[in-house]
Every structure is written in structure tokens, then in C-alpha cells.
Design a protein around this ligand. Structure first.
Ligand code: HMG
Ligand code: MG
Length: 306
């Protein structure tokens, strides 16, 4: 089959949020700020800065307001700052900082919805509806991300009809963009394409973004499969950081460096400077005392050393 690829793809680096939310060691606000500034210096134009969730549930994101205050002086109008918001309480705390986009996050799995946000899928839509309306009234973009679109840590395989259902409900309440997430990285290319095709029953391909964790090493293949369907926006995480506290065993997101390398190799522009990105990933990995999760970084570093 012949595929036509775009000239350009938008990378959303989610490392400050997804990448750090599951770290047990407290990451100081200044380190998060440095990470975000490094990402911007590398040419990242959209990022998930933090989440306005309950600090009892996710302590690592408890400095959300302090972080956005610290970022104020270097805030760049060309960069879209996105934040996760689960309810009106989170929205009220977030709006003070004028994020460019808010992310409401639901699930295609009932059990994951309960474990992650303590309510059913339908209840979550009821909580998100006023958040989406309030954001739109203030001219803020609304993205709806759907977790567990191919597999769930509690329920196993997820039927694409569940993805279609949640997409429809999120679009109904005003989500302009829909993120298709493989939370635990179990997806393979055809399954991911089926999940995207289910969402396409209710939303245009231009409004879909991909969010693939790499637990089983499938995330880059899944990114390519989504690209072949026409997806043009991907959540990725520098150094492959990431994980959800309520999805045990799930590892990081696909590494931003690996996706950028693949796209550039295919002649697709991202506007990102790979060398600077590698340095950003090395800096945060050194702080976290973790091996860098990007294959491309490991290859480039060993090439530099030899
Ligand atoms: P709940 O306990 O049902 O909430 O939690 P509640 O409304 O009953 O409130 C309980 C307490 O929390 C109250 O405080 C509220 O004020 C407070 P208390 O009276 O006990 O002192 N509270 C809040 N505080 C700060 N900010 C808020 C907030 N809301 C309530 N927004 C809730 C419901 C949704 C809050 C909770 O379950 C929660 O915070 N969950 C967050 C889970 C999370 O962040 N998961 C990770 C992000 S999702 C993800 O990683 C997946 C993704 O990457 C895609 C993928 O890979 O699949 C996006
Ligand atoms: Mg995630």
C-alpha cells in the first residue's frame, strides 16, 4: 500500500507531566522549570506542563501553581502550554495561570476510569462538561484524551466500540481534539489503527492525536501506523520518561528523540533540534538517576564518544 506522509508533524512533549507524575523521588519545581525551558530551547512548540489533579492522588504534581508561576517570565506565545484538569476544582486552580489548552482525560475502560479518577465513564463526562464549557467560554482549547484505547491493566483488551463511545461523548461536550492513548503500551499497529478508526466515526482525522506508551517496545511502530492513517500530532516524552500511577507496570511514553529521528529520516519536519533535545533528555535523566530511555540518544552519545 502506498502512503502519503505529511510535510510536518506537531510533537507534544508530555515529559513534564506524564514523564514526572509517577516519580517517587520529589522533583523540585526548579528542575521541572529547567526541563520545560530546555524543551522550548530545542524547538518544542507544545507541551504538557503539569496537571491540576488532587495532590493526594498524585503528589508529584502538587507544585502545579508554583511551576506555572516560575515559568511566567520565560513564557513564549509561540508555545502551547497544556495542563490536565479532571474537574471544576482543577479548572479553577488552573485558569489563574491562563493555560493555552486544557486536557480532560477519560478512559475507554470502566475499571481504569474508577481507579484513575474515581468515577465511571459516564460520571467523568458529567464532570468534564462544565470544565470544557468554562474553558471554551474563556477561549481556551479543549483536548479530550482517552486512556486504555487498546488494552487495560484491569480489563485486558478493549473493544474499539468503547473508543467510539467515549469519543462521541467527549466531542458532544466540546472537546476539539481527541487523544488516543495506549496507556500500558500493549497495542500493536493494527489494533491501534482500529482504535483510531473507531474515533473517526465521530471526529475528523485532523483532530486526532496519538499517545503511545512503550512498555512492549511497540510505540514507534504504533506511531508510524497512526501516521499512515493521517494522524499529524503525537504526545511523546523526552528520554522516554513516563507512566501512570494507576496503571501499574506501564513504562514510559515513546521517546521524543526517537520519534523526531524517525520523522526527520522520513523527510517530515518537526521544527525540533535533535541535538538540543538529546541534551534536554540527558539532563533530566541525570537528575532522576535513570538510564536514558531513548535508543536514538544512546546511539548518538556513543557515536559522539567514539
Ligand atoms: P475524589 O477523591 O473522588 O475527589 O478524586 P473529590 O471530589 O471527592 O475530592 C476529594 C478531595 O480532593 C477534596 O479535598 C477535594 O477538594 C480534593 P479534601 O476535602 O479531602 O481536603 N480535590 C482536588 N484538589 C486539587 N485539585 C483538584 C481536586 N479535585 C478534588 N482538581 C480526582 C477525584 C479526579 C480529583 C482524583 O481521582 C484525581 O486527582 N485523580 C488524578 C489521577 C491522575 O492524575 N492520573 C494520572 C494522569 S492520567 C494519565 O496519566 C493518562 C494519560 O497520560 C493518557 C494515557 O497514557 O492513558 C493522560
Ligand atoms: Mg500517558
Amino acid at each position: 500500500m502506498k502512503h502519503s506522509y505529511p510535510d510536518q508533524v506537531l510533537i507534544v512533549d508530555v515529559s513534564p507531566r506524564d514523564g514526572l507524575q509517577n516519580e517517587s523521588k520529589t522533583v523540585p519545581t526548579a528542575i521541572k522549570q529547567a526541563l520545560i525551558e530546555d524543551l522550548m530551547a530545542a524547538g518544542i512548540k507544545k507541551l504538557e506542563a503539569t496537571s491540576f489533579v488532587s495532590p493526594k492522588w498524585v503528589p508529584q504534581m502538587g507544585d502545579n501553581s508554583q511551576l506555572l508561576d516560575a515559568l511566567k517570565p520565560t513564557r513564549n506565545d509561540d508555545v502551547c502550554y497544556s495542563v490536565l484538569v479532571p474537574n471544576m476544582r482543577g479548572f479553577e486552580n488552573a485558569i489563574v495561570h491562563r493555560p493555552d489548552e486544557i486536557v480532560i482525560f477519560g478512559s475507554a475502560s470502566e475499571t481504569f476510569s474508577q481507579k484513575n479518577i474515581n468515577c465511571s465513564i459516564d460520571e467523568s463526562i458529567e464532570r468534564f462538561a462544565p470544565v470544557a464549557a468554562a474553558a471554551k467560554a474563556q477561549g481556551i482549547k479543549v483536548r479530550g484524551v482517552i486512556s486504555c484505547t487498546v488494552g487495560c491493566p484491569y480489563e485486558g483488551e478493549i473493544d474499539p466500540s468503547q473508543v467510539a463511545y467515549v469519543t462521541e461523548r467527549l466531542v458532544e461536550i466540546g472537546a476539539e481534539q481527541i487523544g488516543i492513548a495506549d496507556t500500558i503500551g500493549v497495542g500493536t499497529p493494527i489494533k491501534v489503527q482500529r482504535a483510531i478508526q473507531a474515533a473517526l466515526e465521530h471526529v475528523d482525522i485532523s483532530a486526532i492525536s496519538g499517545h503511545f506508551h512503550d512498555t512492549y517496545g511497540q510505540a514507534l511502530s504504533n506511531t508510524l501506523a497512526a501516521l499512515q492513517l493521517g494522524v499529524r500530532e503525537f504526545d511523546t516524552s523526552v528520554a522516554g520518561l513516563g507512566g501512570c500511577p494507576y496503571a501499574k507496570g506501564a513504562t514510559g511514553n515513546v521517546a521524543t528523540e526517537d520519534v523526531v529521528y524517525m520523522l526527520h529520516g522520513m523527510g517530515i519536519r518537526t521544527g525540533i533540534d535533535l541535538d538540543k533535545l538529546v541534551s534536554a533528555g540527558e539532563r533530566i535523566s541525570a537528575f532522576l538517576e535513570r538510564p536514558n530511555g531513548s535508543n536514538v540518544t544512546r546511539a548518538l552519545i556513543s557515536q559522539r564518544q567514539s
